[in-house]
Design a protein around this ligand. Structure first.
Ligand SMILES: [Fe+2]
Ligand SMILES: [Fe+2]
Length: 294
């Protein structure tokens, strides 16, 4: 059985390396917290949508999902309270949204059979929860090792409150998928395919939200092809036709680039020319990182 775990960003940067940079820049730190808040809030909407589609069956699944919604709503309000108390933005965060990209990459032609739909939904929830755990645990580690300001302590305590519940959600998803896989070899195969498919979709969504450097469009297509490889042959052309245009010509990607460029320009025009422009054109992460933190 596939063990679907999130990979590092372009196989190079660990969550902890990314978070260490995020925490150093307060503005980026606050946007990151607001993205957590937004994702928690959005997951309430998605879980509610799944409950409605299940329409009462299986009963125990509906009950467990309703508890899950309540957990995610609590996470959203803890993070909203945190940002509110810090006087920070609680609106839609700027830049590409991981969750929107994830949803854009979903296969609209997936089976409508209730059990298949449930397997797909569980696999999709499970892989995003794993990414959440990876980020929260790295965030806590970075905040523990850094300067203990009242603000950073408050942020760490909020994430520490959320983290055990997210671990519980991952375990719940693993258990539910394993129960379905045990029913028959056909079920086993369906669960395995779903795990591989959603892990490829999640990786593509995750990287697209972080990668705005030169050549990002081609790396997106590469990730899209990895999703395509997990689909049955007959679904591949249609999926590709639907997803390829926006992958290549993403207005969100362009907007994020322009926003970032504007911010860098406003902050320091000289550094913009010396560091920021080469960062985009080299598309080399190591030098990009160095340049971004000079
Ligand atoms: Fe959550
Ligand atoms: Fe969760």
């Amino acid at each position: 059985m596939t063990v679907a775990y999130p990979r590092k960003f372009r196989n190079e940067l660990s969550a902890q390396a990314i978070l260490a940079q995020v925490v150093k820049n307060r503005e980026v730190h606050m946007v990151t917290l607001n993205r957590y808040r937004f994702n928690e809030q959005r997951s309430c909407k998605d879980l509610t949508d799944l409950i409605e589609r299940l329409n009462g069956q299986p009963r125990d699944m509906v009950k467990e999902l309703s508890h899950h919604v309540s957990d995610e709503a609590r996470h959203a309000y803890w993070l909203t309270d945190l940002l509110y108390d810090l006087g920070e933005d609680v609106g839609t965060p700027p830049g590409s949204s991981y969750i929107d990209e994830f949803e854009r990459l979903l296969d609209n032609n997936a089976s409508a059979h209730p059990e298949d739909m449930l397997i797909e939904a569980l696999a999709a929830i499970n892989v995003t929860e794993k990414r959440g755990c990876e980020y929260f645990s790295a965030h806590i580690k970075v905040l523990k090792s850094g300067e203990q300001t009242p603000e950073n302590i408050k942020i760490r305590e909020t994430i520490e409150q959320i983290m055990p519940e997210e671990v519980g959600h991952v375990r719940w998803g693993n258990r539910k998928l394993a129960e379905i896989a045990k029913k028959s070899p056909a079920h086993y195969a369906k669960v395995d395919v779903a795990k591989r498919k959603y892990s490829a979709i999640e990786q593509a969504a995750f990287e697209s939200g972080m990668d705005v450097l030169m050549g990002a469009e081609f790396r997106r297509v590469n990730n899209l092809m990895k999703v395509v490889e997990t689909l049955p042959m007959w679904q591949r052309p249609q999926y590709l036709l639907e997803k390829l245009p926006q992958t290549l010509l993403s207005p969100e990607l362009q907007k994020t680039r322009i926003d970032l460029a504007q911010k860098a320009w406003e902050r320091d025009p000289i550094s913009f020319v010396q560091n920021f422009i080469p960062m985009f054109f080299s598309a080399d992460l190591k030098s990009a990182q160095k340049a971004a933190h000079k």
